[in-house]
Design a protein around this ligand. Structure first.
Ligand code: NAP
Length: 314
């Protein structure tokens, strides 16, 4: 009989069904079974589970887990909901996801670089006015977070001629990218930035990182792109600064509460572009392949993939 891999899903019925199909297709050596359909014996014999927005109460019934494979790249919710977990948490690190994110970072950086929000406003006013063209190499784009997504995005921007810098927790060396670390490094990098792209994980250290003090370091023509998590930036302060013309534009893909409530004042602001968390959606096929590889390596060689450092929070 095939070994059983529980799939604990809090996604809606359609998404759960699709995930199950993709996972089962890729993980053909084992039988992927939805948590709701497991027997008590199967729950107790599981060493691994695949999870997508799982209910912590379901996870608690899988008492012999060694590790769980999350289908998402961000794991702050899992860490918050499973603080006492005695198993490892493996997040989704998929090269396809990094590629998709790098494309989004390039696309929305070009949107700001090419003054598209301004020309959109002008069209609404039937205003024919040309603005001075800035060359990509004259545009400083700062990426906050140089992990799987940030590094790939920095490289993509570099390929397209931008002047790129990056900030991370530890010192980094990336070809033709100015890198910074630490609080002073962040201050220095923010002062010089024209576009700031946030690709940090949400942790105790990054929550509200871009507060008033940090946002005040940016020059008034600077713009922000947040593709990470809403709580990393003080949106109230950001909104005030945009209204006072102390910042130029913000592209926001992530929010504290999602979907963004229809009565949020962010919707109405012409200096904000709102996206419904689409900068890098998980690709079911490629993510299922990664999950399959990780699970097979564990059963064949006993290798647990790189897991989240619960102290660091990512
Ligand atoms: P990652 O590989 O873990 O990289 C995280 C980066 O952030 C690393 O460079 C790390 O520095 C840096 N960092 C973490 N804490 C820091 C701190 N306190 N100060 C300075 N730098 C810090 O993560 P990833 O795969 O690139 O993903 C980043 C985030 O993107 C995810 O956590 C998720 O929230 C978000 N995401 C969003 C979407 C979307 O559709 N909007 C999709 C996927 C992911 P070190 O390298 O020095 O450790």
């Amino acid at each position: 009989m095939k070994k059983i891999i529980p799939f604990v899903s809090g996604c809606d019925e359609d998404a759960t069904k699709l995930w199950l199909e993709h996972l089962q297709e890729q993980i053909s050596e084992y039988q992927v079974i939805l948590f709701e359909n497991l027997t008590q014996e199967e729950k107790l014999s599981a060493n691994i589970a695949i999870v997508a927005n799982p209910n912590p109460k379901d996870i608690a019934q899988l008492k012999n887990l060694k590790w769980i494979q999350s289908l998402w790249a961000g794991v702050e919710k899992l860490l918050q909901e499973l603080p006492q977990a005695c198993f490892k948490i493996v997040r989704m690190t998929d090269p396809q996801l990094a590629k998709t994110m790098a494309e989004s970072v390039l696309a929305w950086s070009l949107y700001i670089h090419k003054d598209m929000p301004l020309y959109l406003k002008q069209q609404k006013q039937r205003l024919w006015k040309q603005h001075v063209e800035v060359l990509p190499e004259e545009r400083n784009i700062l990426i906050l977070g140089l992990g799987k997504l940030g590094k790939k995005s920095a490289e993509k921007l570099k390929e397209n001629g931008f002047n790129v810098s990056g900030w991370a927790r530890s010192k980094k060396s990336i070809d033709r990218v100015n890198t910074y670390y630490g609080n002073e490094g962040l201050n220095e990098a923010l002062i010089k930035a024209d576009i700031v792209v946030c690709l940090l994980p949400l942790t105790n250290e990054t929550r509200n990182l871009l507060n008033k003090e940090k946002l005040d370091l940016l020059h008034k023509k600077a713009s922000i792109i947040n593709f990470a998590r809403g709580a990393i930036i003080d949106y109230k302060c950001l909104l005030e600064k945009l209204d006072k013309k102390e910042l130029s534009h913000a592209v926001l893909d992530v929010f504290d509460v999602e979907p963004l409530p229809s009565n949020s004042s962010l919707w109405e602001n012409e200096n904000i572009t709102i996206l419904p968390h689409i900068s890098a959606p998980t690709n079911m096929k490629s993510a299922s392949k990664i999950a399959s590889k990780n699970i097979c390596e564990y059963f064949e060689k006993g290798i647990i993939p790189d897991f989240v450092d619960t102290k660091k929070g990512y």
